[in-house]
Write a protein that binds this ligand. Structure first.
Ligand code: ADP
Length: 267
């Protein structure tokens, strides 16, 4: 027997207890209910996200197999390229889902390695330039070095996710800057700054939720899965790091990732 109040769900059990006496047990199951709702939403989201590209691929295959002779070589090629884009989208989504589930389901703590920050930054800088394909100016600033203790793979993935977003949400001709600086308290921080489309303040608290997007269309167009920042957040939590976002619509965004002194050594 469950009773509902304002945001609270109680499970109540009444057990007869001797003559005219009852034992009443009540249990707050609000949290369980919330988790169950989240799980259901998640499954619905994943199904929807996978079904959309599959529908497109299905449609193309059906059209082609119904009348291959009706299409010239160029048209067939165009359909195949579009179908390939959609299968790529499904693959990215599955990769991101697997990454998230490994991070979420009590995976072993990240291998503690010493990651040279300058190396990591050079690597991400080069990859960001490649990803931009010359459409943006990508610059790097290093204010002090340091060695970060954590998983190289995860730390790389976190920074690369932020730079990939910066490139994807910044129009051609824009500027993306990645940087690292040591802080007076012995900690350190990365930043990834762009002069792209920016984000309205109201959206900022929700950016790291799974599948949360400010503009679904734009995320899709640029190959987004809606899981990038959820992955970043998990990785950062595992490294006791915190992320801050400053942004103004039309002016650009700055994502800052701050590591505590305990995670850093000088060399
Ligand atoms: P997506 O795959 O959609 O990019 P993310 O989890 O990486 O998913 O980001 C969530 C949302 O945050 C994006 O859909 C986008 O609306 C917004 N966003 C993230 N980074 C930026 C940025 N640098 N500039 C503008 N919007 C951003």
């Amino acid at each position: 027997h469950a009773g509902r109040g304002a945001g609270l769900t109680l499970q109540v059990q009444v057990i007869p207890f001797g003559e005219d006496q009852y034992l009443v047990l009540s249990r707050d199951i609000s949290q369980l209910e919330r988790l169950e709702t989240m799980r259901r939403d998640f499954v619905a989201n994943v199904s929807h996200e996978l079904r959309t590209p599959l529908t497109v691929i299905d449609g193309f295959l059906e059209t082609l197999s119904d009348g291959l002779d009706d299409f010239d070589h160029d048209e067939v090629h165009r359909y195949l390229v579009l179908a390939h884009e959609q299968s790529g989208r499904m693959r990215r989504l599955i990769d991101d889902l697997l990454t998230l589930s490994v991070l979420e389901t009590g995976a072993p703590a990240p291998v503690e390695e010493g990651v040279d920050v300058a190396d990591l930054m050079h690597e991400v800088h080069k990859e960001t330039e490649l990803l931009s394909g010359g459409r943006h100016t990508v610059t790097m600033k290093l204010e002090g070095g340091g060695v970060l203790h954590g998983s190289r793979k995860e730390l790389h993935s976190a920074v690369a996710n932020l730079t990939s977003n910066a490139v994807r949400y910044t129009p051609t001709g824009g500027h993306v800057e990645i940087g690292w600086r040591r802080r007076a308290d012995g900690g350190g921080e990365f930043w990834v700054q762009d002069d792209g489309i920016g984000i309205e303040a109201g959206h900022i608290p929700r950016l790291t939720e799974r599948f949360y997007r400010v503009d679904r269309g734009r995320s899709r167009e640029t190959g987004g899965t809606g899981l990038g920042l959820a992955i970043v957040k998990h990785i950062l939590t595992r490294h006791q790091a915190e992320m801050g976002v400053q942004s103004r619509p039309g002016a650009g965004s700055r994502f800052t990732v701050r590591f505590p002194p305990a995670r850093i050594t000088q060399d």
